[in-house]
Design a protein around this ligand. Structure first.
Ligand code: SF4
Length: 161
């Protein structure tokens, strides 16, 4: 019975159900939560195998950057409810790397990279500042950043990118 499944098993069952049928778009919201690393890799490989050449698009929402790197053609980074950077996965995870300070901070926080956390905390979504939502945590912030919200231009929402 569904209520008898562990979190990881329920996650895998939900992924298997989503792959049944021929929907043109698969929306996977944190599909690897609760799985160990080996199962994460197998799950994203399975999602990948059932999209792309299979004629189906995949939109995966995740906090797992390793899973995103394994499956994505394009990466979009969100902060405080907005996309702040969108880039080809090869350029984002390789060279030249992320352009937005928050996106760079995400990669620098990984243990296999600089292992340096981003200072501070995200803002309250119901009380966002008038300018850039990342300004309070950004080492590059200036008066322009605090006064005006940067639009997403050529793939990045940052006055200084
Ligand atoms: S707009 Fe300013 S505060 Fe926001 S990420 Fe860019 S440099 Fe930092």
């Amino acid at each position: 019975h569904p209520h008898e499944l562990s979190g990881g098993l329920a996650q895998r069952a939900a992924t298997a159900l989503a792959l049944v049928g021929d929907a043109p778009l698969l929306l996977a919201d944190e599909p690897t939560t609760g799985l160990d690393r080996d199962l994460v890799d197998r799950t994203v490989d399975e999602l990948r195998a059932h999209t792309g050449d299979a004629g189906r698009a995949l939109l995966m929402i995740t906090h797992d950057l390793a899973a995103a790197r394994r499956v994505a053609d394009t990466v979009a980074v969100m902060y405080a409810g907005r996309i702040v950077e969108i880039a080809p996965a090869d350029a984002f995870f390789g060279a030249p790397g992320p352009r937005h300070p928050y996106a760079r901070g995400l990669l620098d926080a990984l243990p296999e990279r600089a292992f340096t956390p981003i200072p501070g905390s995200p803002p309250e979504l119901g009380d966002l500042p008038p300018g850039c939502a990342f300004a309070a945590r950004c080492a590059l912030a200036d008066a322009t950043c605090r006064a005006a919200r940067p639009p997403l231009t050529e793939g990045v929402a940052c006055h200084r990118a």
